[in-house]
Design a protein around this ligand. Structure first.
Ligand code: 13P
Length: 249
């Protein structure tokens, strides 16, 4: 088994004002003090805070939550991967289910964004996951498989791609799949990655996301092929986030 450095990532979504940088500073100082052990730690604040977060967050990585597929141009309100990089980001989340649902993002659009991220020198975190209806009708692996086939960037490496499995029904609900269900999906994703990216697929980090909390982090992060977490609500306070990232100490 390849030794993969885990990634503890926080997605602040549309939360956070300048006053929230105190939480980010508290996370960064815990990272520097070794409280998150061997994990790489990443916070993806709203775009308005990226530059300030990159200044305040020494010792950890900062990422965006979305980017446009083009490098620049007449796209009012959008932000390019290059701009995120220029502001101090090294990662960007693409294809989060909230964007797939709220903004009608297709697999192809997500792939285009991920490829733009790679061109700009960012690592892309591509999100996949099934809805409750899809799980209940036994389509989980088919849905995740087609998202993987359709939305991963071409020519990625284990250094430039992270896959996040986020069951839509587990996001913000307090519900999580069983450890066995997580193991099944992550093993399937690993298999697909090895197939698509020979020599790299075994090293790509696969994160679990969806109601990760300090109380369930040890169990979920202990599942085979789970190489870290993508945390929403519990990443907004240093105390909760460190209760998750701290499992790697
Ligand atoms: P919650 O941790 O709030 O369920 O959100 C997960 C998520 O969507 C992270 O991207």
């Amino acid at each position: 088994m390849t030794d993969i450095r885990p990634l503890a990532a926080g997605n602040w979504k549309m939360n956070g004002l300048r006053a929230s940088l105190g939480e980010l500073e508290a996370i960064a100082s815990a990272v520097r003090a070794g409280e998150t052990g061997r994990a790489e730690v990443l916070i993806c604040p709203p775009a308005t805070l990226i530059a300030a977060a990159a200044q305040a967050g020494g010792g950890m990585a900062i990422g965006g939550q979305d980017c446009h597929a083009a490098a620049s141009g007449a796209h009012t309100g959008d932000i390019s991967a290059q701009m995120l990089r220029d502001a101090g980001a090294t990662y960007v989340i693409v294809g989060h289910s909230e964007r797939r649902a709220d903004h009608g993002e297709s697999d192809q659009m997500v792939r285009d964004k991920a490829e733009a991220a790679l061109r700009a020198g960012l690592t892309a975190i591509v999100c996949v996951g099934e809805t409750r209806d899809q799980r209940e009708s036994g389509q989980t692996l088919a849905v995740v498989g087609s998202q993987i086939a359709g939305s991963l960037p071409h020519d990625a490496t284990a250094a430039t791609l992270v896959v996040a499995y986020e069951p839509v029904w587990a996001i913000g609900t307090g519900l999580t799949p069983t450890a066995a269900d997580v193991a099944e999906v992550h093993a399937f994703i690993r298999h697909e990655l090895i197939d698509l990216m020979p020599g790299e697929g075994e090293k790509v980090r696969i994160l679990y996301g969806g109601s990760v909390k300090p109380a369930n982090a040890v169990e979920l992060m202990g599942v085979e092929n789970v190489n870290g977490a993508l945390v929403g609500g519990a990443s907004l306070t240093a105390k909760d986030f460190l209760g998750i990232a701290g499992v790697y100490k």
